[in-house]
Design a protein around this ligand. Structure first.
Ligand code: SF4
Length: 253
């Protein structure tokens, strides 16, 4: 990957062995040269394009601008959301001047999630590239980003209410128990809600809902429709599994 300031793109040799480019945005003035730089890069038929900007707010703005310019030029260059560990504005350093390496890495990954997640929700980004010394955390963060932005569901999605005075069962324990039985169902969305007063309306687009209807009783939903009423909670997990099976979405673990 070639790192280059927008104003220096024209100085690069015409043919380069690696056809991925990363535009370095280190000052607001760099944005002024973006349009010309993108036109020049487009002529090189790049594999993909990224932006390197250490300030997350500026990076978001730069990515938006690049995406807009690519779209208005009718370009199909894949735009990769790139992030590398930062030093100057690291969140961990703001919290503790003596932050450990681990904290710095985590802060960097959190920053990446916030920045890249927001862009993905706006429909910007064809890929994610995270530089980190902790490859497994970076990979799992990238997968979590795809899951939470619903670009790719690679595991079961759960929606739970925050719980309140109306909650009719131990929400944390119940959610953990249901997760342990259904966590292998790739792409299935299950809502676990504490009461029928507000729960069904808050289940978003869950495929199945497990909702407290009375003390010790559960209603089950298929989408927004209640399909089993007042099941004893001792039977509700199995009834939920049976319901998922009936709709062809169950797989044996
Ligand atoms: S769904 Fe019911 S139990 Fe859960 S937070 Fe809302 S009102 Fe409370």
């Amino acid at each position: 990957m070639y790192f280059v300031s927008p104003s220096k793109v024209d100085d690069l040799p015409d043919s380069l062995p690696d056809q991925a480019y990363c535009l370095i945005i280190s000052a607001p003035d760099d944005l002024k040269d973006l349009k010309v730089a993108l036109a020049s890069i487009a002529k090189r038929n790049p594999a993909w394009l990224a932006v390197d900007c250490q300030d997350p707010v500026s990076a978001t703005l730069a990515y938006r601008l690049v995406a807009e310019l690519l779209e208005s030029a009718g370009s199909r260059i894949p735009l990769v959301l790139y992030s590398r560990p930062g030093k100057r504005k690291d969140l961990a350093r703001a919290v503790d001047a003596h932050a450990s390496q681990e904290l710095e890495e985590n802060a960097s990954l959190y920053r990446t999630s916030i920045h890249s997640g927001g862009l993905l929700l706006e429909g910007i980004g064809d890929g994610i590239l995270v530089e980190s010394s902790d490859a497994s955390s970076a990979a799992s963060m990238a997968l979590d980003l795809l899951q939470t932005t619903r670009i790719r569901l690679y595991r079961t999605e759960y929606i739970s209410c925050p719980s309140c005075g109306r909650t009719l069962f131990d929400l944390q324990e119940t959610t953990a128990r249901i997760k342990s039985k259904t966590g292998h169902l790739k792409g299935v969305k299950i809502a676990v809600m504490g009461c029928i007063v507000n729960g069904p309306g808050e289940m978003a687009d869950a495929d199945f809902g497990y909702v407290g209807s009375a003390p010790g009783k559960i209603n089950l939903y298929r989408g927004k429709e209640v399909v089993r009423k007042n099941i004893p909670s001792a039977d509700a997990d199995q009834e939920l599994i049976d319901l998922i099976r009936e709709h062809g979405m169950w797989q044996d673990p």
